[in-house]
Design a protein around this ligand. Structure first.
Ligand code: HEC
Length: 157
């Protein structure tokens, strides 16, 4: 191999390796399964562009995260959400395979500033229709109180 080709060869293997390693450090261990790559980019972009629908903007969760509420939230999550999002909320439930976009890592997302009460109410009530995903709308399946219970559980999980 002459020197120029060797140089190009090294660049093409070393540089992507470094970029990947850098992303891994940013996201901590497990970035492929549960890291930043697994957030709902389509939804975040939708909200940046359009804001939240007025029916939800400013809506606050008034329930308190006591033991009873959190355990109700956990049961409801396992029954309604874990098939896609996984029991630990990382987006790796049994029904997640083959979905595009993928179910998000909501355990992580729910602790970020962007995950306001209003954002979560909108997402859970209306589901994936606004962003073209497979997430079902829950507004006719769960009561407002049940959705509020799930939201408190999400923030602790
Ligand atoms: C059929 C699979 C499926 C089920 C069941 C499901 N989801 Fe989702 N969910 C998705 C997918 C796919 C996405 C990513 C695309 C999107 O934002 O719609 C998502 C995204 C989300 C987001 C947005 C995350 C972000 O980064 O903005 C939240 C919050 C969420 N789901 C909560 C829930 C909750 C709570 C339940 C149960 C009440 C639930 N989901 C049930 C598939 C599902």
């Amino acid at each position: 191999m002459n020197r120029k080709i060797l140089y190009i060869f090294m660049l093409s293997t070393v540089v992507p390796g470094l970029v990947l390693a850098g992303m891994g450090m940013m996201n901590g261990p497990g970035m492929m399964r549960g890291g930043m790559m697994n957030m709902s980019m389509a939804r975040h972009q939708y909200v940046m562009r359009n804001g939240l629908p007025s029916a939800y903007s400013g809506k606050r969760n008034i329930l308190k995260p006591d033991t009873e509420t959190l355990s109700a939230g956990k049961q409801l999550f396992n029954a309604n959400c874990a098939s896609c999002h996984g029991e630990s909320g990382q987006g790796d439930g049994p029904a997640a395979a083959g979905l595009h976009p993928r179910p998000a890592n909501i355990a992580r997302f729910a602790k970020m500033p962007m995950a306001s009460d209003a954002y979560l109410y909108w997402t859970i009530n209306e589901g994936g229709a606004p962003v073209g995903s497979a997430m079902p709308p829950f507004k006719d399946m769960l009561s407002d109180e049940e959705i509020s219970q799930i939201m408190l559980y999400l923030r602790r999980m």
